[in-house]
Design a protein around this ligand. Structure first.
Ligand SMILES: [Zn+2]
Length: 273
């Protein structure tokens, strides 16, 4: 029975063996946080070499705290962290990039929420994935300045899916392996890519995907830089690309991240001027 009683106390994983230094430096992006106690915040950060980690910022909500402002949501900061028994403790923080322009724009800020939420949802703690860090930083930069941040979000979704091992197959039919022709094909979230018209019955839940939307998805996968230079996509193509990616992400995550619905809400309320 002892095992059952103590099952909920998770031993701390990795990084904590006795050879580890007591203090370490890392940079990181604040993905989310919640207030704890009188003046502390518990943060979830994504870092280049340590992956996702949780740490406590003590006293950060006091106006005199030197860390205040350097640990705001989505800020990229240099951190000095001390190992703690339960949670590591952020002892110093200094902003590298605050992505300031997005902080005064509700739509851009909601995109940042979405990016942070996707990273959090797709990653596990203490498993490094440097490209995920790099693409997250690049995306936050783009959505704070790009004329059409939506395309940067689509690009981020495609890159992140690929980096997590869910790169959709967009060139050959997932069932018969023939090259996909420029006709109306099907997109199957369950199978992870495209089915040719002859194999549509392999997944009856797979919806149609247009030639244009498929082309955009392929370009986002292989030719990201070029497509991000487009001023914007035709509205209906953009909406279709978004819908197919959303189905795939939701299938992968089983339930949609909260800010997907938040973005929907923004759109339906016509928040964009
Ligand atoms: Zn086929």
């Amino acid at each position: 029975m002892r095992g059952d009683i103590f099952a909920f106390i998770k031993p701390r994983k990795a990084l904590t063996n006795s050879n580890s230094p007591r203090v370490y430096r890392t940079e990181g992006i604040v993905l989310k946080g919640y207030d704890f106690g009188e003046a502390d915040r518990i943060l979830t950060l994504y870092t280049p070499q340590l992956g996702k980690l949780r740490a406590i910022a003590k006293g950060v909500r006091r106006t005199k705290s030197r860390k205040a402002g350097h640990l705001d949501l989505f800020t990229r900061s240099n951190l000095l962290v001390a190992r703690g028994r339960q949670l590591d403790i952020i002892t110093q923080a200094e902003t590298i990039e605050s992505f300031a322009p997005m902080r005064i724009d509700l739509v851009r800020l909601s995109y940042a929420h979405y990016v942070a939420e996707l990273v959090d949802a797709f990653t596990v703690e203490q498993m490094a994935n440097y490209p995920v860090y790099a693409t997250t930083v690049a995306t936050l930069r783009r959505i704070s300045t790009a004329e059409d941040p939506a395309l940067s979000i689509r690009s981020f979704e495609v890159q992140l899916l690929g980096l997590m091992g869910y790169r959709p197959q967009l060139h050959r039919c997932l069932s018969c392996d023939t090259a996909i022709e420029p006709v109306s094909n099907r997109f199957s979230p369950k199978m992870g890519g495209v089915l040719c018209p002859l194999c549509a019955s392999e997944d009856r839940a797979a919806g149609p995907i247009s030639v244009q939307a498929l082309k955009v998805l392929r370009n986002l996968q292989t030719n990201e830089a070029a497509i991000l230079q487009l001023p914007e996509l035709p509205l209906e193509v953009g909406q279709e690309v978004e819908a197919r990616l959303q189905e795939y992400i939701e299938y992968r995550l089983e339930k949609g991240p909260r800010s997907v619905r938040f973005l929907d809400q923004l759109r339906t309320e016509g928040a964009r001027p």
